[in-house]
Design a protein around this ligand. Structure first.
Ligand code: M6R
Length: 592
Protein backbone atom coordinates (compact mmCIF):
# COMPACT_ATOMS: atom_id res chain seq x y z
CA UNK A 1 0.00 0.00 0.00
CA UNK A 2 1.35 3.44 -0.83
CA UNK A 3 3.52 4.02 -3.85
CA UNK A 4 6.91 5.69 -3.65
CA UNK A 5 9.12 6.98 -6.42
CA UNK A 6 12.42 8.78 -6.74
CA UNK A 7 14.21 10.33 -9.70
CA UNK A 8 17.70 11.75 -10.10
CA UNK A 9 19.02 12.52 -13.55
CA UNK A 10 19.35 14.82 -16.52
CA UNK A 11 15.70 15.80 -16.95
CA UNK A 12 13.17 17.77 -14.95
CA UNK A 13 12.15 15.63 -12.03
CA UNK A 14 8.59 16.87 -11.45
CA UNK A 15 6.86 15.61 -14.63
CA UNK A 16 8.68 12.28 -14.36
CA UNK A 17 7.64 11.87 -10.72
CA UNK A 18 4.01 12.83 -11.41
CA UNK A 19 3.83 10.40 -14.35
CA UNK A 20 5.29 7.64 -12.20
CA UNK A 21 2.84 8.42 -9.38
CA UNK A 22 -0.02 8.14 -11.86
CA UNK A 23 1.13 4.63 -12.69
CA UNK A 24 1.53 3.84 -8.99
CA UNK A 25 -1.75 5.39 -7.87
CA UNK A 26 -3.37 1.96 -7.80
CA UNK A 27 -1.31 1.35 -4.63
CA UNK A 28 -3.08 4.06 -2.65
CA UNK A 29 -4.90 7.27 -3.37
CA UNK A 30 -5.75 9.08 -0.13
CA UNK A 31 -3.19 11.81 -0.69
CA UNK A 32 -0.09 12.51 -2.74
CA UNK A 33 3.03 14.62 -2.55
CA UNK A 34 6.45 15.42 -3.94
CA UNK A 35 9.74 16.78 -2.62
CA UNK A 36 12.14 18.46 -5.05
CA UNK A 37 15.70 19.54 -4.41
CA UNK A 38 16.07 22.97 -5.99
CA UNK A 39 18.49 25.86 -5.44
CA UNK A 40 19.71 24.63 -2.09
CA UNK A 41 16.26 24.03 -0.62
CA UNK A 42 13.53 21.43 -0.53
CA UNK A 43 10.25 22.22 -2.25
CA UNK A 44 7.47 20.20 -0.67
CA UNK A 45 4.03 20.05 -2.26
CA UNK A 46 1.43 17.66 -0.86
CA UNK A 47 -2.33 17.37 -0.93
CA UNK A 48 -5.05 15.21 0.56
CA UNK A 49 -7.18 13.46 -2.06
CA UNK A 50 -6.27 11.89 -5.35
CA UNK A 51 -3.19 12.69 -7.36
CA UNK A 52 -5.18 15.16 -9.48
CA UNK A 53 -5.47 17.45 -6.41
CA UNK A 54 -1.70 17.58 -6.20
CA UNK A 55 -1.44 18.17 -9.95
CA UNK A 56 -3.90 21.09 -9.61
CA UNK A 57 -1.84 22.56 -6.77
CA UNK A 58 1.28 22.34 -8.93
CA UNK A 59 -0.34 23.88 -11.98
CA UNK A 60 1.79 26.67 -13.49
CA UNK A 61 4.76 26.04 -11.19
CA UNK A 62 7.85 25.39 -13.26
CA UNK A 63 10.25 23.73 -10.93
CA UNK A 64 13.68 23.10 -12.36
CA UNK A 65 14.79 20.36 -9.96
CA UNK A 66 16.39 17.27 -11.42
CA UNK A 67 16.18 15.22 -8.25
CA UNK A 68 13.06 14.48 -6.25
CA UNK A 69 10.79 11.93 -4.61
CA UNK A 70 7.03 11.35 -4.70
CA UNK A 71 4.36 9.44 -2.84
CA UNK A 72 0.81 8.27 -3.22
CA UNK A 73 -0.72 7.21 0.08
CA UNK A 74 -3.02 4.59 1.57
CA UNK A 75 -3.42 5.86 5.10
CA UNK A 76 -2.39 3.70 8.06
CA UNK A 77 -1.25 6.11 10.80
CA UNK A 78 -3.07 9.44 10.65
CA UNK A 79 -6.11 10.42 8.58
CA UNK A 80 -5.71 11.43 4.94
CA UNK A 81 -4.90 15.15 5.32
CA UNK A 82 -2.41 17.60 3.84
CA UNK A 83 -0.31 17.37 7.02
CA UNK A 84 -0.22 13.59 7.04
CA UNK A 85 0.51 13.34 3.31
CA UNK A 86 4.08 12.43 2.41
CA UNK A 87 6.86 13.60 2.01
CA UNK A 88 7.71 14.23 5.64
CA UNK A 89 10.68 16.32 6.65
CA UNK A 90 12.91 17.09 9.59
CA UNK A 91 12.25 20.36 11.44
CA UNK A 92 14.64 22.43 9.32
CA UNK A 93 13.32 20.92 6.06
CA UNK A 94 16.71 19.63 5.01
CA UNK A 95 15.66 15.99 4.59
CA UNK A 96 12.46 14.70 2.97
CA UNK A 97 11.20 11.12 3.19
CA UNK A 98 8.52 9.09 1.41
CA UNK A 99 7.61 5.78 2.98
CA UNK A 100 5.53 2.67 2.33
CA UNK A 101 4.92 0.36 5.28
CA UNK A 102 4.53 0.67 9.03
CA UNK A 103 7.17 1.60 11.59
CA UNK A 104 6.01 -0.49 14.51
CA UNK A 105 8.22 1.15 17.15
CA UNK A 106 7.45 4.71 16.00
CA UNK A 107 5.84 5.71 19.31
CA UNK A 108 8.96 4.86 21.28
CA UNK A 109 11.13 6.65 18.71
CA UNK A 110 8.80 9.64 18.71
CA UNK A 111 8.98 9.92 22.51
CA UNK A 112 12.75 9.73 22.37
CA UNK A 113 12.92 12.47 19.73
CA UNK A 114 10.40 14.68 21.56
CA UNK A 115 12.55 14.42 24.69
CA UNK A 116 15.43 15.66 22.57
CA UNK A 117 13.34 18.70 21.65
CA UNK A 118 12.06 17.63 18.23
CA UNK A 119 8.64 19.02 17.26
CA UNK A 120 6.40 16.78 15.14
CA UNK A 121 4.03 18.11 12.52
CA UNK A 122 2.04 15.01 11.58
CA UNK A 123 0.38 11.96 13.16
CA UNK A 124 2.31 9.58 10.93
CA UNK A 125 4.83 6.93 11.81
CA UNK A 126 6.93 8.09 8.83
CA UNK A 127 7.94 11.42 10.32
CA UNK A 128 10.30 9.69 12.78
CA UNK A 129 12.42 8.53 9.82
CA UNK A 130 13.03 12.09 8.66
CA UNK A 131 13.97 13.26 12.16
CA UNK A 132 16.26 10.28 12.75
CA UNK A 133 18.09 10.86 9.47
CA UNK A 134 18.55 14.53 10.37
CA UNK A 135 19.85 13.52 13.80
CA UNK A 136 22.39 11.06 12.40
CA UNK A 137 23.52 13.13 9.41
CA UNK A 138 27.21 14.01 9.49
CA UNK A 139 27.82 14.82 5.84
CA UNK A 140 26.92 11.47 4.24
CA UNK A 141 23.29 10.60 3.53
CA UNK A 142 24.03 6.90 3.14
CA UNK A 143 25.65 6.76 6.59
CA UNK A 144 22.67 8.53 8.17
CA UNK A 145 20.23 6.14 6.50
CA UNK A 146 22.22 3.10 7.66
CA UNK A 147 22.13 4.36 11.24
CA UNK A 148 18.41 5.05 10.92
CA UNK A 149 17.32 1.71 9.44
CA UNK A 150 18.94 -0.11 12.31
CA UNK A 151 16.63 1.76 14.71
CA UNK A 152 13.43 0.92 12.83
CA UNK A 153 11.13 -2.04 13.49
CA UNK A 154 8.33 -3.11 11.16
CA UNK A 155 8.00 -3.11 7.39
CA UNK A 156 9.26 -0.28 5.27
CA UNK A 157 10.48 0.92 1.94
CA UNK A 158 11.49 4.55 1.93
CA UNK A 159 13.37 7.08 -0.15
CA UNK A 160 15.10 10.20 1.12
CA UNK A 161 16.56 13.32 -0.46
CA UNK A 162 18.48 16.16 1.16
CA UNK A 163 19.47 19.72 0.35
CA UNK A 164 23.02 18.86 1.40
CA UNK A 165 23.50 16.39 -1.46
CA UNK A 166 21.23 17.59 -4.24
CA UNK A 167 21.93 14.83 -6.78
CA UNK A 168 21.50 11.86 -4.50
CA UNK A 169 18.63 9.65 -3.38
CA UNK A 170 18.96 6.89 -0.84
CA UNK A 171 16.30 4.19 -0.52
CA UNK A 172 15.93 1.38 2.01
CA UNK A 173 13.86 -1.78 2.01
CA UNK A 174 12.66 -4.18 4.66
CA UNK A 175 9.35 -5.93 4.12
CA UNK A 176 7.82 -3.53 1.56
CA UNK A 177 8.76 -3.63 -2.12
CA UNK A 178 11.36 -1.34 -3.67
CA UNK A 179 13.05 -1.52 -7.04
CA UNK A 180 15.74 0.52 -8.76
CA UNK A 181 15.27 1.51 -12.41
CA UNK A 182 18.66 1.78 -14.05
CA UNK A 183 18.72 4.40 -16.82
CA UNK A 184 21.35 6.30 -18.80
CA UNK A 185 22.37 9.42 -16.97
CA UNK A 186 19.35 8.94 -14.74
CA UNK A 187 18.21 6.46 -12.13
CA UNK A 188 14.93 5.73 -10.41
CA UNK A 189 13.51 4.23 -7.25
CA UNK A 190 9.96 2.92 -7.20
CA UNK A 191 7.57 0.60 -5.41
CA UNK A 192 6.72 -1.20 -8.62
CA UNK A 193 7.90 -1.62 -12.20
CA UNK A 194 5.09 0.24 -14.09
CA UNK A 195 6.33 3.51 -12.53
CA UNK A 196 9.55 3.46 -14.52
CA UNK A 197 8.48 1.76 -17.76
CA UNK A 198 8.60 4.88 -20.00
CA UNK A 199 12.28 5.32 -19.15
CA UNK A 200 13.93 1.97 -18.64
CA UNK A 201 13.32 -1.76 -18.57
CA UNK A 202 16.47 -2.43 -16.54
CA UNK A 203 15.53 -3.20 -12.98
CA UNK A 204 17.31 -4.11 -9.75
CA UNK A 205 14.99 -5.75 -7.24
CA UNK A 206 16.13 -4.88 -3.74
CA UNK A 207 16.00 -7.53 -1.06
CA UNK A 208 15.01 -6.98 2.54
CA UNK A 209 17.82 -5.42 4.51
CA UNK A 210 19.27 -3.49 1.57
CA UNK A 211 19.89 0.17 0.91
CA UNK A 212 20.26 1.68 -2.58
CA UNK A 213 22.37 4.78 -3.11
CA UNK A 214 21.54 6.60 -6.36
CA UNK A 215 23.09 9.47 -8.28
CA UNK A 216 22.37 10.19 -11.98
CA UNK A 217 25.47 8.20 -12.91
CA UNK A 218 25.62 5.44 -10.31
CA UNK A 219 23.64 2.86 -8.37
CA UNK A 220 25.23 1.16 -5.37
CA UNK A 221 23.54 -1.29 -3.08
CA UNK A 222 24.56 -2.04 0.50
CA UNK A 223 23.36 -4.25 3.31
CA UNK A 224 21.99 -2.59 6.45
CA UNK A 225 25.40 -3.23 7.98
CA UNK A 226 27.01 -1.18 5.21
CA UNK A 227 28.58 -4.03 3.20
CA UNK A 228 28.45 -3.53 -0.60
CA UNK A 229 26.07 -5.99 -2.31
CA UNK A 230 26.40 -7.06 -5.96
CA UNK A 231 22.99 -7.08 -7.62
CA UNK A 232 21.79 -8.50 -10.89
CA UNK A 233 20.14 -6.10 -13.36
CA UNK A 234 17.00 -7.78 -14.75
CA UNK A 235 15.24 -6.79 -17.95
CA UNK A 236 11.50 -6.65 -17.33
CA UNK A 237 9.28 -8.18 -20.05
CA UNK A 238 6.56 -5.61 -19.28
CA UNK A 239 6.10 -2.68 -21.64
CA UNK A 240 4.52 0.73 -21.34
CA UNK A 241 1.54 -0.12 -23.55
CA UNK A 242 0.47 -2.75 -21.04
CA UNK A 243 0.59 -0.15 -18.26
CA UNK A 244 -1.65 2.35 -20.11
CA UNK A 245 -5.38 2.38 -20.85
CA UNK A 246 -5.05 1.99 -24.62
CA UNK A 247 -8.37 3.67 -25.51
CA UNK A 248 -10.46 1.95 -22.84
CA UNK A 249 -12.34 4.11 -20.35
CA UNK A 250 -10.83 2.24 -17.42
CA UNK A 251 -7.91 -0.11 -16.79
CA UNK A 252 -10.38 -2.66 -15.47
CA UNK A 253 -12.26 -2.83 -18.77
CA UNK A 254 -8.99 -3.06 -20.70
CA UNK A 255 -7.78 -5.82 -18.41
CA UNK A 256 -11.05 -7.76 -18.75
CA UNK A 257 -10.54 -7.65 -22.51
CA UNK A 258 -6.90 -8.72 -22.19
CA UNK A 259 -7.88 -12.04 -20.65
CA UNK A 260 -7.59 -14.23 -23.75
CA UNK A 261 -3.99 -13.03 -24.14
CA UNK A 262 -3.22 -13.39 -20.43
CA UNK A 263 -4.52 -16.95 -20.54
CA UNK A 264 -2.56 -17.88 -23.70
CA UNK A 265 0.66 -16.32 -22.39
CA UNK A 266 0.31 -18.10 -19.05
CA UNK A 267 -0.45 -21.39 -20.78
CA UNK A 268 2.62 -21.08 -23.03
CA UNK A 269 4.74 -19.97 -20.08
CA UNK A 270 3.63 -23.01 -18.12
CA UNK A 271 4.35 -25.42 -20.97
CA UNK A 272 7.84 -23.97 -21.36
CA UNK A 273 8.75 -24.74 -17.73
CA UNK A 274 6.63 -27.86 -17.24
CA UNK A 275 9.39 -30.42 -17.89
CA UNK A 276 11.56 -28.78 -15.23
CA UNK A 277 8.96 -28.43 -12.47
CA UNK A 278 10.75 -30.16 -9.58
CA UNK A 279 7.74 -31.74 -7.86
CA UNK A 280 4.59 -33.69 -8.46
CA UNK A 281 1.40 -33.00 -6.51
CA UNK A 282 1.19 -36.73 -5.90
CA UNK A 283 4.46 -36.65 -3.95
CA UNK A 284 2.66 -34.99 -1.05
CA UNK A 285 0.08 -36.17 1.45
CA UNK A 286 -1.78 -32.88 1.03
CA UNK A 287 -1.72 -29.61 -0.88
CA UNK A 288 -2.43 -26.44 1.06
CA UNK A 289 -3.33 -23.35 -0.94
CA UNK A 290 -2.85 -20.03 0.82
CA UNK A 291 -4.11 -16.76 -0.62
CA UNK A 292 -6.31 -13.70 -0.13
CA UNK A 293 -9.22 -12.14 -2.04
CA UNK A 294 -9.44 -13.03 -5.69
CA UNK A 295 -6.35 -15.23 -5.47
CA UNK A 296 -8.14 -17.26 -2.78
CA UNK A 297 -11.06 -17.78 -5.16
CA UNK A 298 -8.63 -19.01 -7.82
CA UNK A 299 -7.31 -21.45 -5.22
CA UNK A 300 -10.83 -22.75 -4.59
CA UNK A 301 -11.26 -23.52 -8.28
CA UNK A 302 -7.79 -25.08 -8.36
CA UNK A 303 -8.79 -27.39 -5.50
CA UNK A 304 -11.42 -29.10 -7.66
CA UNK A 305 -8.92 -29.61 -10.48
CA UNK A 306 -6.08 -30.84 -8.26
CA UNK A 307 -8.31 -33.28 -6.40
CA UNK A 308 -9.81 -34.51 -9.65
CA UNK A 309 -6.61 -34.97 -11.64
CA UNK A 310 -4.01 -35.67 -8.95
CA UNK A 311 -6.25 -37.34 -6.39
CA UNK A 312 -4.49 -35.47 -3.62
CA UNK A 313 -6.50 -33.73 -0.86
CA UNK A 314 -6.37 -29.96 -1.17
CA UNK A 315 -7.19 -27.40 1.49
CA UNK A 316 -7.60 -23.75 0.61
CA UNK A 317 -7.02 -21.34 3.47
CA UNK A 318 -7.16 -17.55 3.79
CA UNK A 319 -3.58 -16.47 4.44
CA UNK A 320 -4.73 -14.20 7.25
CA UNK A 321 -6.32 -17.19 9.00
CA UNK A 322 -3.47 -19.59 8.35
CA UNK A 323 -0.85 -17.56 10.12
CA UNK A 324 -2.49 -17.54 13.53
CA UNK A 325 -4.32 -20.86 13.24
CA UNK A 326 -3.07 -24.30 14.26
CA UNK A 327 -2.62 -25.97 10.89
CA UNK A 328 -0.42 -29.01 11.25
CA UNK A 329 2.10 -28.54 8.44
CA UNK A 330 5.14 -30.67 7.75
CA UNK A 331 7.53 -31.75 5.00
CA UNK A 332 4.74 -33.98 3.69
CA UNK A 333 2.80 -30.90 2.57
CA UNK A 334 3.04 -28.84 -0.58
CA UNK A 335 2.02 -25.27 0.14
CA UNK A 336 1.04 -23.06 -2.80
CA UNK A 337 0.84 -19.32 -2.15
CA UNK A 338 -1.19 -17.54 -4.81
CA UNK A 339 -0.67 -13.80 -5.12
CA UNK A 340 -0.93 -11.51 -8.12
CA UNK A 341 1.39 -8.94 -6.57
CA UNK A 342 3.62 -11.43 -4.81
CA UNK A 343 3.76 -8.90 -1.98
CA UNK A 344 0.56 -9.48 0.03
CA UNK A 345 1.89 -9.56 3.55
CA UNK A 346 -0.52 -12.16 4.93
CA UNK A 347 0.32 -14.58 2.11
CA UNK A 348 4.02 -13.88 2.41
CA UNK A 349 4.09 -14.49 6.17
CA UNK A 350 1.91 -17.60 5.89
CA UNK A 351 4.28 -19.07 3.30
CA UNK A 352 7.29 -18.22 5.46
CA UNK A 353 5.72 -20.01 8.40
CA UNK A 354 4.85 -23.08 6.28
CA UNK A 355 8.44 -23.16 5.02
CA UNK A 356 9.79 -22.98 8.57
CA UNK A 357 7.67 -26.04 9.39
CA UNK A 358 9.31 -27.96 6.57
CA UNK A 359 6.71 -27.70 3.80
CA UNK A 360 7.79 -27.31 0.18
CA UNK A 361 6.53 -23.86 -0.84
CA UNK A 362 5.45 -22.81 -4.31
CA UNK A 363 4.57 -19.23 -5.21
CA UNK A 364 2.14 -18.47 -8.03
CA UNK A 365 2.73 -14.80 -8.78
CA UNK A 366 2.39 -12.27 -11.58
CA UNK A 367 5.28 -10.07 -10.52
CA UNK A 368 8.75 -11.43 -11.18
CA UNK A 369 11.13 -10.55 -8.37
CA UNK A 370 8.35 -9.98 -5.85
CA UNK A 371 8.83 -11.12 -2.25
CA UNK A 372 6.86 -14.35 -2.67
CA UNK A 373 8.74 -15.12 -5.88
CA UNK A 374 12.06 -14.77 -4.10
CA UNK A 375 11.12 -16.52 -0.89
CA UNK A 376 9.34 -19.60 -2.24
CA UNK A 377 11.15 -22.86 -2.92
CA UNK A 378 9.78 -22.74 -6.46
CA UNK A 379 7.78 -20.15 -8.41
CA UNK A 380 5.19 -20.50 -11.12
CA UNK A 381 4.29 -17.33 -13.00
CA UNK A 382 1.15 -15.96 -14.47
CA UNK A 383 1.99 -13.94 -17.58
CA UNK A 384 -0.84 -11.44 -17.41
CA UNK A 385 1.29 -8.29 -17.68
CA UNK A 386 0.84 -5.47 -15.18
CA UNK A 387 -2.63 -5.25 -13.68
CA UNK A 388 -3.43 -1.67 -12.71
CA UNK A 389 -7.16 -1.80 -11.91
CA UNK A 390 -7.57 -2.48 -8.21
CA UNK A 391 -10.15 -5.17 -8.97
CA UNK A 392 -8.27 -8.24 -10.15
CA UNK A 393 -9.58 -9.64 -13.45
CA UNK A 394 -7.01 -10.92 -15.95
CA UNK A 395 -4.75 -12.16 -13.19
CA UNK A 396 -7.62 -14.32 -11.88
CA UNK A 397 -8.11 -16.18 -15.16
CA UNK A 398 -4.34 -16.35 -15.59
CA UNK A 399 -4.08 -17.94 -12.12
CA UNK A 400 -6.81 -20.40 -13.14
CA UNK A 401 -4.75 -21.26 -16.22
CA UNK A 402 -1.63 -22.05 -14.22
CA UNK A 403 -3.60 -24.08 -11.67
CA UNK A 404 -5.41 -26.03 -14.38
CA UNK A 405 -2.11 -26.87 -16.09
CA UNK A 406 -0.50 -27.84 -12.78
CA UNK A 407 -3.40 -30.17 -12.01
CA UNK A 408 -3.79 -31.85 -15.41
CA UNK A 409 -0.09 -32.65 -15.69
CA UNK A 410 -0.83 -35.31 -13.05
CA UNK A 411 -3.46 -36.98 -15.23
CA UNK A 412 -3.03 -39.87 -17.66
CA UNK A 413 -5.10 -37.76 -20.04
CA UNK A 414 -2.79 -34.77 -19.75
CA UNK A 415 -2.32 -34.32 -23.50
CA UNK A 416 -6.06 -34.33 -24.31
CA UNK A 417 -6.84 -32.07 -21.37
CA UNK A 418 -4.25 -29.53 -22.46
CA UNK A 419 -5.44 -29.77 -26.05
CA UNK A 420 -9.01 -29.05 -24.97
CA UNK A 421 -7.81 -26.05 -23.00
CA UNK A 422 -6.45 -24.51 -26.20
CA UNK A 423 -10.02 -23.63 -27.25
CA UNK A 424 -10.48 -21.42 -24.20
CA UNK A 425 -8.91 -18.13 -25.39
CA UNK A 426 -11.08 -18.01 -28.53
CA UNK A 427 -14.18 -18.83 -26.49
CA UNK A 428 -13.27 -16.04 -24.07
CA UNK A 429 -13.03 -13.67 -27.04
CA UNK A 430 -16.51 -14.74 -28.10
CA UNK A 431 -17.81 -14.16 -24.58
CA UNK A 432 -16.26 -10.70 -24.58
CA UNK A 433 -17.87 -9.86 -27.90
CA UNK A 434 -21.25 -9.91 -26.10
CA UNK A 435 -20.13 -7.28 -23.58
CA UNK A 436 -22.89 -4.91 -24.76
CA UNK A 437 -25.56 -7.43 -23.77
CA UNK A 438 -24.10 -7.56 -20.26
CA UNK A 439 -24.01 -3.78 -20.22
CA UNK A 440 -27.78 -3.69 -20.83
CA UNK A 441 -28.38 -6.04 -17.91
CA UNK A 442 -26.14 -3.87 -15.73
CA UNK A 443 -28.26 -0.85 -16.65
CA UNK A 444 -31.39 -2.72 -15.64
CA UNK A 445 -30.05 -3.85 -12.24
CA UNK A 446 -27.76 -0.98 -11.23
CA UNK A 447 -30.22 0.51 -8.71
CA UNK A 448 -30.54 -2.60 -6.55
CA UNK A 449 -28.83 -2.44 -3.17
CA UNK A 450 -28.27 -6.16 -2.48
CA UNK A 451 -27.35 -9.14 -4.64
CA UNK A 452 -26.94 -12.83 -3.96
CA UNK A 453 -24.52 -14.79 -6.16
CA UNK A 454 -25.02 -18.55 -6.31
CA UNK A 455 -22.98 -21.33 -7.84
CA UNK A 456 -22.21 -24.96 -7.14
CA UNK A 457 -19.13 -27.09 -7.68
CA UNK A 458 -16.66 -25.19 -9.91
CA UNK A 459 -19.14 -22.32 -10.21
CA UNK A 460 -19.24 -21.65 -6.47
CA UNK A 461 -15.83 -19.88 -6.41
CA UNK A 462 -16.88 -18.12 -9.61
CA UNK A 463 -19.97 -16.81 -7.77
CA UNK A 464 -17.77 -15.68 -4.86
CA UNK A 465 -15.50 -13.86 -7.27
CA UNK A 466 -18.45 -12.23 -9.08
CA UNK A 467 -19.83 -10.98 -5.75
CA UNK A 468 -16.40 -9.65 -4.70
CA UNK A 469 -16.09 -7.76 -7.97
CA UNK A 470 -19.50 -6.13 -7.52
CA UNK A 471 -18.98 -5.09 -3.92
CA UNK A 472 -15.47 -3.76 -4.28
CA UNK A 473 -16.08 -1.44 -7.22
CA UNK A 474 -19.79 -0.56 -6.94
CA UNK A 475 -20.14 -0.60 -3.11
CA UNK A 476 -23.30 -2.68 -3.55
CA UNK A 477 -23.77 -5.43 -1.03
CA UNK A 478 -23.23 -8.75 -2.80
CA UNK A 479 -22.97 -12.12 -1.14
CA UNK A 480 -21.55 -15.21 -2.79
CA UNK A 481 -22.89 -18.55 -1.61
CA UNK A 482 -22.81 -22.21 -2.57
CA UNK A 483 -26.24 -22.65 -4.16
CA UNK A 484 -26.95 -25.83 -2.20
CA UNK A 485 -26.55 -23.89 1.04
CA UNK A 486 -29.18 -21.30 0.11
CA UNK A 487 -31.96 -23.24 1.76
CA UNK A 488 -29.99 -23.31 5.02
CA UNK A 489 -30.32 -19.59 5.63
CA UNK A 490 -29.87 -17.09 2.80
CA UNK A 491 -33.22 -18.05 1.27
CA UNK A 492 -34.78 -15.92 4.01
CA UNK A 493 -33.34 -12.87 2.25
CA UNK A 494 -35.00 -13.56 -1.07
CA UNK A 495 -37.66 -11.10 -2.24
CA UNK A 496 -38.22 -8.89 -5.27
CA UNK A 497 -35.53 -6.47 -4.05
CA UNK A 498 -32.73 -9.03 -3.94
CA UNK A 499 -31.64 -10.09 -7.44
CA UNK A 500 -29.90 -13.45 -7.54
CA UNK A 501 -27.07 -14.04 -10.00
CA UNK A 502 -26.95 -17.77 -10.69
CA UNK A 503 -23.91 -19.32 -12.36
CA UNK A 504 -25.28 -22.43 -14.06
CA UNK A 505 -23.25 -23.96 -16.89
CA UNK A 506 -24.32 -27.46 -17.97
CA UNK A 507 -22.18 -29.49 -15.61
CA UNK A 508 -22.78 -32.33 -13.13
CA UNK A 509 -24.82 -30.08 -10.82
CA UNK A 510 -26.87 -28.33 -13.49
CA UNK A 511 -30.18 -29.98 -12.59
CA UNK A 512 -29.63 -29.14 -8.93
CA UNK A 513 -28.99 -25.50 -9.60
CA UNK A 514 -32.03 -25.25 -11.87
CA UNK A 515 -34.01 -26.36 -8.80
CA UNK A 516 -32.38 -23.53 -6.85
CA UNK A 517 -33.54 -21.12 -9.56
CA UNK A 518 -37.11 -22.44 -9.09
CA UNK A 519 -36.81 -21.90 -5.34
CA UNK A 520 -35.80 -18.28 -5.86
CA UNK A 521 -38.59 -17.67 -8.38
CA UNK A 522 -41.15 -19.21 -6.03
CA UNK A 523 -40.23 -16.47 -3.54
CA UNK A 524 -40.57 -13.63 -6.05
CA UNK A 525 -36.80 -13.31 -6.40
CA UNK A 526 -35.34 -11.97 -9.63
CA UNK A 527 -32.90 -14.34 -11.33
CA UNK A 528 -30.09 -13.40 -13.66
CA UNK A 529 -28.59 -16.63 -14.93
CA UNK A 530 -25.24 -17.23 -16.60
CA UNK A 531 -25.36 -20.44 -18.62
CA UNK A 532 -24.51 -22.07 -21.91
CA UNK A 533 -25.73 -20.59 -25.19
CA UNK A 534 -29.02 -22.14 -26.29
CA UNK A 535 -30.09 -23.15 -22.77
CA UNK A 536 -33.87 -22.99 -23.21
CA UNK A 537 -34.58 -23.97 -19.61
CA UNK A 538 -32.60 -21.12 -18.09
CA UNK A 539 -33.84 -18.67 -20.73
CA UNK A 540 -37.37 -19.50 -19.76
CA UNK A 541 -36.96 -19.75 -15.99
CA UNK A 542 -34.75 -16.72 -15.35
CA UNK A 543 -35.63 -13.04 -15.63
CA UNK A 544 -32.45 -12.38 -17.56
CA UNK A 545 -30.17 -14.87 -19.20
CA UNK A 546 -26.50 -14.23 -20.04
CA UNK A 547 -25.15 -16.88 -22.42
CA UNK A 548 -21.54 -18.04 -22.65
CA UNK A 549 -20.23 -20.56 -25.19
CA UNK A 550 -20.57 -24.21 -24.19
CA UNK A 551 -17.29 -25.77 -23.07
CA UNK A 552 -16.09 -28.94 -21.32
CA UNK A 553 -17.15 -29.04 -17.69
CA UNK A 554 -13.70 -28.44 -16.09
CA UNK A 555 -13.16 -25.33 -18.21
CA UNK A 556 -16.42 -23.53 -17.38
CA UNK A 557 -14.89 -21.03 -14.87
CA UNK A 558 -12.84 -19.44 -17.67
CA UNK A 559 -16.03 -18.40 -19.42
CA UNK A 560 -18.60 -17.87 -16.66
CA UNK A 561 -16.24 -15.47 -14.85
CA UNK A 562 -16.18 -12.99 -17.73
CA UNK A 563 -19.82 -11.77 -17.70
CA UNK A 564 -19.67 -11.39 -13.93
CA UNK A 565 -16.64 -9.13 -14.24
CA UNK A 566 -18.38 -7.13 -16.97
CA UNK A 567 -21.61 -6.89 -14.97
CA UNK A 568 -19.75 -5.43 -11.97
CA UNK A 569 -17.73 -3.15 -14.20
CA UNK A 570 -20.72 -1.68 -16.04
CA UNK A 571 -22.75 -1.15 -12.87
CA UNK A 572 -19.88 0.72 -11.19
CA UNK A 573 -19.12 2.70 -14.32
CA UNK A 574 -22.79 3.67 -14.83
CA UNK A 575 -23.02 4.72 -11.18
CA UNK A 576 -20.18 7.11 -11.97
CA UNK A 577 -17.80 5.48 -9.52
CA UNK A 578 -14.03 5.38 -9.70
CA UNK A 579 -13.76 1.86 -11.04
CA UNK A 580 -9.98 1.60 -11.05
CA UNK A 581 -9.48 3.13 -7.63
CA UNK A 582 -12.41 2.14 -5.42
CA UNK A 583 -12.63 3.76 -2.03
CA UNK A 584 -10.66 2.33 0.90
CA UNK A 585 -8.87 -0.29 -1.21
CA UNK A 586 -5.32 -0.64 -2.42
CA UNK A 587 -4.01 -2.98 -5.06
CA UNK A 588 -1.25 -4.44 -2.95
CA UNK A 589 -1.99 -5.06 0.69
CA UNK A 590 1.28 -4.88 2.56
CA UNK A 591 -0.19 -4.37 6.04
CA UNK A 592 -1.65 -7.13 8.19
O1 M6R B 1 -1.79 -9.55 -4.89
P1 M6R B 1 -2.70 -10.60 -4.31
O2 M6R B 1 -3.24 -11.54 -5.32
O3 M6R B 1 -2.06 -11.33 -3.17
O4 M6R B 1 -3.92 -9.80 -3.70
C1 M6R B 1 -4.90 -10.44 -2.96
C2 M6R B 1 -6.08 -9.55 -2.74
O5 M6R B 1 -5.71 -8.39 -2.05
C3 M6R B 1 -6.75 -9.15 -4.06
O6 M6R B 1 -7.13 -10.26 -4.80
C4 M6R B 1 -7.99 -8.27 -3.78
O7 M6R B 1 -8.98 -9.03 -3.16
C5 M6R B 1 -8.49 -7.65 -5.08
N1 M6R B 1 -8.89 -6.29 -4.84
C6 M6R B 1 -9.63 -8.38 -5.68
O8 M6R B 1 -10.13 -7.77 -6.80
Amino acid sequence: MCGIVGYTGKDLALPIILGALERLEYRGYDSAGVALVEDGKLIIEKKAGKLRELVKALWGKNYKAKTGIGHTRWATHGSPSDENAHPHTDEKVRFAVVHNGIIENYLALKEELIKEGVKFRSDTDTEVIAHLIAKYYEGDLLEAVLKTVNRLEGAFAFAVVTVHEPNRIVGAKKGSPLIVGVGEGENFLASDIPAILPYTKNVIVLDDGEVADLTPESVNVYSFSGEPVTKEVLVTPWDLVSAEKGGFKHFMLKEIHEQPKAVVDTYKGFLSVEPSIPFSLKDFRRVLVIACGTSYHAGLVGKYWMERYAGVPVEVVYASEFRYGHFPVSDKDLVIGISQSGETIDTKFALQSAKEKGAFTVGLVNVVGSAIDRESDYTLYTHAGPEIGVAATKTFTAQLTALYCLAVRESDEKEQLLKRFEKVPALMERTLSSAEEVEKKAEKYMKYKHFLYLGRYLSWPVALEGALKLKEISYIHAEGYPAGEMKHGPIALIDENMPVMVVAPKDRVYEKIVSNVEEVKARKGKVIAVGFEGDGVLTQKSDDFIPVPAVDEPLTPFLTTVPLQLFAYYIASKLGLDVDQPRNLAKTVTVE
